[in-house]
Design a protein around this ligand. Structure first.
Ligand code: PLP
Length: 441
């Protein structure tokens, strides 16, 4: 462990009360000592120097903790992971090179060839592809479930080889709000953890751990970075799922890892076992580390996350209300609207707001959607959501293009759906942009 980490752990350097999220956003992670840089430094180094070979050996044997090679760990990344961990209320966290890598590692850390998982059908198209197509090639199968299914229907999806359940707090782009408690209960009744992708809600609006989720993932590319400047991901462990209780179900965590001279992660690392294994085994072997430069940018983004998320949500609410009243608009989907199917769940799990993303369709259908997008001036057509600038996309033609008609239906993506990611510009200007584009439709 490095000197600056030791200082962060020193209780004399901490206020003795749980910090509010706003303060965590600004102050947590990097805690400089006397004479050190005020701003989190970028440790732009692939490797770390030691004075004797024995100490280096102990790092490789996992007998001591410390940095040795940035493919596994880097101090800049760890400071940012620590901030995200605190925001989520977890016990350990790590950064990955992308949100895709975060979801891959979160599952692959506990699923091997021959295993199975239960997947909410409305997850982001990239996650759906990863699990249904690519992980299948790795021998990991899944059963896709409707997130609105009853407890009994969800229960029926489990198999003896099921190792986890995966879902999104707010699905991209279907904007389905997950009943997290229902999913946590069904997962726990089948003795497996619930993994939640909390990208859209962000820890500002929802902490899935409070509702029973065990592991949270993020595409930091989205609201956390917030400026469309860096691709990245994060995994946070709540430490609440007791893997050690089920050694036969989770042999990777509970049985000796011969590549580390027989270490048993749950015995050596306790509540840190899951993240330690993902770091020292998956990062070592698959290497999807976040560049420290990108971690630095995510940290800058995190410093204003609480301010931006509030504005994104307020603007999205105003835009959704405007669209709902417009005569050219056929339907609007935003959980903040009182008539929305997920309004009550949103009120329960995210009383401060949901996210800045809205979806809607026009009476003029798919061709009208394409015309509208081309006429927008402020809102740009980009393959992205959740940054400061308002942007727009047609999922059926873009992000979800690879899905069949049936998969589109399962994912909650209508052919005429416009995904509108409301930025933090002034709401009047965003609405005026829509107004002029809709007039011509
Ligand atoms: N999870 C969600 C909810 C997403 O929206 C995305 C990307 O849009 C991802 C994961 C994948 O993240 P990344 O693009 O950082 O790989």
């Amino acid at each position: 462990m490095s000197d600056h980490q030791n200082r962060q752990d020193n209780p004399d350097n901490q206020i003795k009360q749980p910090l509010k999220k706003e303060t965590i956003c600004v102050q947590s992670g990097w805690k400089p000592g006397n004479g050190e840089p005020r701003v989190l430094p970028i440790y732009q180094s692939t490797t770390f120097k030691y004075d004797n070979s024995e100490q280096m050996g102990k790092l490789f044997a996992l007998e001591e903790s410390g940095y040795f090679y940035t493919r596994l760990q880097n101090p800049t990344n760890d400071c940012v992971a620590a901030k995200i961990c605190e925001l989520e209320g977890g016990v350990a966290a790590m950064l990955t090179s992308s949100g895709q890598a975060a979801n891959h590692y979160a599952i692959f850390n506990i699923c091997e060839a021959g295993d199975h998982l239960v997947l909410s059908g409305t997850v982001y198209g990239g996650t759906f592809n990863l699990i249904v197509t690519t992980m299948k090639k790795m021998g990991i199968s899944c059963t896709v479930v409707d997130p609105d299914a009853s407890y009994e229907e969800l229960s029926a999806a489990f198999q003896p080889n099921t190792k986890c359940v995966m879902a999104e707090t707010i699905a991209n782009p279907a904007l389905v709000v997950l009943d997290i408690e229902k999913f946590a209960k069904v997962a726990h009744d089948h003795e497996v953890p619930l993994i939640i992708d909390n990208t859209f809600a962000t820890p500002i609006n929802c902490n899935p751990f409070q509702w029973g989720a065990d592991i949270v993932t993020h595409s930091t590319t989205k609201y956390m970075d917030g400026h469309a400047a860096s691709v990245g991901g994060a995994i946070v462990d709540s430490g609440n799922f007791d893997f050690a209780r089920y050694p036969d179900r989770f042999p990777g965590l509970c049985r000796p890892d011969e590549t580390y001279h027989g270490v048993v992660y749950t015995e050596r690392f306790g509540k840190g076992a899951y993240i330690t294994k993902a770091t020292v085994q998956l990062m070592r072997d698959l290497g999807s580390i976040q560049a420290p430069q990108n971690a630095f940018l995510v940290n800058i983004g995190l410093e204003t996350l609480h301010l931006r998320v509030e504005r994104h949500c307020a603007n999205a609410q105003a835009v959704a209300e405007y669209l709902e009243k417009h005569e050219a608009v056929a339907w609007v989907n935003y959980p903040g609207l009182p008539g929305n199917r997920y309004h009550d769940l949103a009120q329960k799990y995210m009383p401060k707001g949901t996210c800045g993303v809205i979806s809607f369709g026009l009476k003029s259908g798919r061709s009208g959607a394409e015309r509208l997008m081309e006429r927008l001036k402020l809102a740009a057509i980009v393959t992205h959501v959740a940054d400061a600038r308002t942007c727009v996309l047609h999922p059926a033609s873009h992000t979800h293009r690879q899905l069949s008609e049936e998969q589109l239906r399962e994912a909650g993506v209508a052919a005429d759906m416009i995904r509108f990611s409301v930025g933090i510009e002034h709401k009047d200007d965003i609405i005026a942009d829509l107004e002029q584009a809709l007039k011509l439709n």
